[in-house]
Design a protein around this ligand. Sequence first.
Ligand SMILES: [Zn+2]
Length: 336
Amino acid sequence: MTVATSDLITTLTDDEILQLANLTQIERLEPTGEFLKPFLVKRVPGTEGNKQVQQYIIETMTKLGWFIETDPFTADTPLGRIDFRNIIATKNPKAPTRLMLSAHFDSKYFAPGKGDFIGATDSAVPCALLLDIAHTLDKLIDEWHNPYVTVQLVFFDGEEAFKGQVPEDFIWGAKHLASYWEQPQLFAFPGSGQDKPPLQKIDLMVLLDLIGTPQPLFHDYFDITSDYFKAMAGLERRLRKMFLLTSSQTYFNTKTKYQGRMIDDHVPFVERDVPVLHLIPWPFPDVWHTVRDDASCLDMATIHNFSVLMRVFVASYLKAHPSPLGSAQNISPRFR
Ligand SMILES: [Zn+2]
């Protein structure tokens, strides 16, 4: 990585940060809100609920004018042959470099009689946050018009294991997409580095998971993206100083390093040398993989704070200044 990521913390002025923070319309992220409600249903791969959620993502992002691709495939799972489909929405498909923001939209299969698993934190809220980032930054990205880098949302299907008894029974969608994206695509927009496989166009992959309960604690999982983690922590400090976050507990732990390994959608990308910022709290929320992971466990202050943090991070990353004084001349040389 060539970038001085400490710039990310200081690239926007206080006034610009304030403008970005004010873009949160929290009602859209509430359990009854337009971005979250459609995900709060059972959405096990191959079921009607899963297909309805796919439809919602595609319609919403098409309406916003983003370029939609899908990655459909069928696999033999412990529950038989199942159809999966990853969904990719790209703001400017002609850009050669991508900031990839991702989450999984499927929910975990619970055997009959084990209750209804909704997965509000796993990963309905992360998906809603991706839609929120796209909708609140869309106009700014247009005005800023940086042809070198764009935002790409990836909604993974089949993150959850069906039975989890064999190592193959995890992250079905991510494994398929990472392998598919090793090849150059049959069609790619002129100027977008069309001869390059999509994997090589990813400047940074950010993966959100298990977000929505109070007081999550995030850790610096990968050396290669440690600077980005520190940038998140620095932006958090700035936002707290400006009283733009509505809780006092620190989310980004810069004091200790996490020494563990997690299976999540990032794994097949890490294995292929894609730099990953993994935004998953540790310890996991105590509702994890229980029927209690529904709308009742959600903390709106945390969701609000995360919407602000992510928006400020993405705008800083793109060096997209909401101020009228900003100018395209200031686009980072690394994207020229
Ligand atoms: Zn899960």
